[in-house]
Design a protein around this ligand. Structure first.
Ligand code: DQA
Length: 149
C-alpha cells in the first residue's frame, strides 16, 4: 500500500489565517487542523506527506523547485497568487510529478477576478469549493490514480 508515494502540499498567502479569516467563506478550520486531517488520510493510504505554507511567492517557488524528483505529487492551493502569478504557474509547470489544484471556496461563484486560475491548465485536475474536503478529495484522487492499471 502507498508504493512510497510522496505528496507535498503547498499553501499560499493568507491561508495561515484560516480559522479567523472570513470564516463564512473559508470555514472555521485552521490550516493546522486541515494539515492534521490530510495527514490522517495520507497515512491511511500509506502516503508520505509534507505540508508547507508561505506568504512569500519566492519561498513557494523555491519549495516547488526543490520538490522536483523528490515528490510524486504537489497539491497546491495558490490562494490569491492563483489568479495573478505567472511565476508560480511556471514553477508548477516545471515540477517533475503531478499537480492537483485545490481551493476551499468555489472561486467561480465569487468575484470575477477569481474566475481565472493560471494554474488549472498545467494541473492534472482541480478540486474546488468543498472547504477542507477539497484537500482530502485530492489525496483520495491520487490513491485512485495510483491503483489504475
Ligand atoms: C482560495 C481562493 C482564492 O481566491 C483566495 O485568494 C484565497 C483562498 C481558496 O482556497 O478558496 O486566498 O484559494
Amino acid at each position: 500500500m502507498g508504493n512510497g508515494i510522496k505528496i507535498l502540499v503547498v499553501n499560499g498567502p493568507n491561508l495561515n489565517m484560516l480559522g479567523t479569516r472570513e470564516p463564512e467563506t473559508y470555514g472555521a478550520m485552521t490550516l493546522d487542523a486541515i494539515n492534521e486531517k490530510c495527514r490522517a488520510v495520507c497515512s491511511k493510504h500509506g502516503f508520505t506527506m509534507e505540508w508547507m505554507q508561505s506568504n512569500s511567492e519566492a519561498i513557494l517557488i523555491d519549495t516547488i523547485q526543490a520538490a522536483c524528483n523528490n515528490f510524486d505529487w504537489i497539491i497546491v492551493n495558490g490562494a490569491g497568487l492563483t489568479h495573478t502569478s505567472v511565476a508560480l504557474r511556471d514553477a508548477l509547470a516545471l515540477f517533475t510529478g503531478g499537480v492537483i489544484e485545490v481551493h476551499l471556496s468555489n472561486i467561480h461563484a465569487r468575484e470575477d477576478f477569481r474566475h481565472t486560475s493560471l494554474i488549472t491548465a498545467i494541473a492534472k485536475g482541480a478540486v474546488i469549493g468543498f472547504g477542507a474536503i477539497s484537500y482530502v478529495m485530492a489525496i483520495n484522487a491520487i490513491a485512485e490514480i495510483q491503483e489504475e492499471p
